[in-house]
Design a protein around this ligand. Structure first.
Ligand code: ADP
Length: 191
């Protein structure tokens, strides 16, 4: 099983690159952002709870997202591998993921971390907000709050995987295809 984490701040291109990577490598895409938005669209209790955090640019509580990922892993017993996008976003989530993957004897092979300047992130997110219909993208204060959450709670998740020598920084600026080629090259080295 080939399990990888695509890591990076909001707006770094994780969603765009994930779509291309799962097509090329036959991985199952697990995006906590997408799973949460699905629940919000259905207006489930979980979705309603999540929305109150997302609208403020805050992270959704760990137990909510860990539960979602655990169910998604169980629902895909025959996956060739998983691409985690937007998860883990806290140290607690990283610990929980390691435990879940331990049960499957299929650890994270690599964390590919997209590196993008803050100025570029804000520009991309505001542009996405014009068309995505995502309410968390068309308000600059919410975008800044998400970047603060990233710095305070998420950036350190890379340190956790660095201890196991699993982090590779990848330049996240350039064309979509240039970035895709850089990511593919790192996966090919390890697949
Ligand atoms: P982006 O990477 O652009 O922030 P996402 O779709 O990954 O977009 O996430 C959107 C929002 O969903 C986040 O701001 C956060 O509120 C919530 N969210 C997504 N994944 C997680 C997670 N693993 N833990 C907590 N909250 C999450």
């Amino acid at each position: 099983m080939f399990n990888l984490i695509l890591f990076g701040p909001p707006g770094s291109g994780k969603g765009t690159q994930s779509e291309k990577l799962i097509a090329k490598y036959g991985l199952k895409h697990l995006s906590t952002g997408d799973l949460l938005r699905y629940e919000i669209n259905l207006q489930t209790p979980l979705g309603k709870e999540a929305q109150s955090f997302m609208d403020k640019g805050q992270l959704v509580p760990d137990e909510v997202v860990i539960g979602m990922i655990s169910s998604a892993l169980d629902a895909n017993p025959n996956a060739k591998g998983f691409l985690f996008d937007g998860f883990p976003r806290t140290s607690a989530q990283a610990n929980a993921l390691d435990q879940l993957l331990e049960l499957k004897k299929a650890p994270i092979v690599v964390m590919l971390a997209l590196d993008v300047s803050e100025e570029e992130l804000i520009k991309r997110l505001l542009k996405r907000g014009e068309t995505s219909g995502r309410s968390d993208d068309n308000n600059e204060n919410v975008i800044r709050a998400r970047i603060v959450e990233y710095k305070n709670k998420t950036a350190m998740v890379a340190d956790y995987y660095r201890k196991f020598d699993k982090v590779v920084m990848v330049k996240g600026e350039g064309t979509v295809n240039e970035i895709f080629d850089r990511l593919s090259e790192e996966i090919d080295k390890r697949a």
